[in-house]
Design a binder for this molecule. Structure first.
Ligand code: AMP
Ligand code: ZN
Length: 117
């Protein structure tokens, strides 16, 4: 499978060009390990389709983003995070601290998380 966007590291992971550890994958969404984990569980939930950022999503992508949240919750439960809880974060743009321009939800858990901003 060729990456949808050859300049995008997450498209390359989705296409299998860069090896990664997948926790979940279906036709719409993939979940894989963050290379620099900030918590005992740190996964990235991405749409298979290349969407650069929340600012470039359209209303037609709303169902897809809902599927991302549902996949995150499913994986969180599988990883044993349901009882103590977890955090989903989407960084958007420069001020939001977004470094990779392929929409992703950070799934963080496994320790108490402080609110840092
Ligand atoms: P953000 O700052 O929200 O764009 O987050 C980008 C995240 O992607 C960071 O947490 C990085 O550790 C992670 N990351 C960068 N390159 C890779 C990679 N090759 N595989 C997995 N995660 C990555
Ligand atoms: Zn991409």
């Amino acid at each position: 499978m060729n990456p949808q966007n050859n300049d995008c590291i997450f498209c390359k992971i989705i296409a299998g060009e860069i090896p990664s550890k997948f926790a979940y994958r279906d036709d719409d969404v993939a979940v894989f390990a963050d290379i620099n984990p900030a918590a005992p569980v740190h996964l990235l939930v991405v749409p298979i389709k290349h969407i650069a950022s929340l600012t470039t999503m359209t209303d037609a992508d709303a169902l897809l983003v809902g599927k991302m949240v549902a996949a995150a919750n499913k994986v969180a439960k599988e990883q044993g995070l349901a009882e103590r809880g977890y955090r989903l974060t989407i960084n958007c743009g420069e001020d939001g601290g977004q470094l990779v321009q392929h929409l992703h939800i950070h799934l963080l858990g496994g320790r108490p998380l402080k609110w840092e901003n």
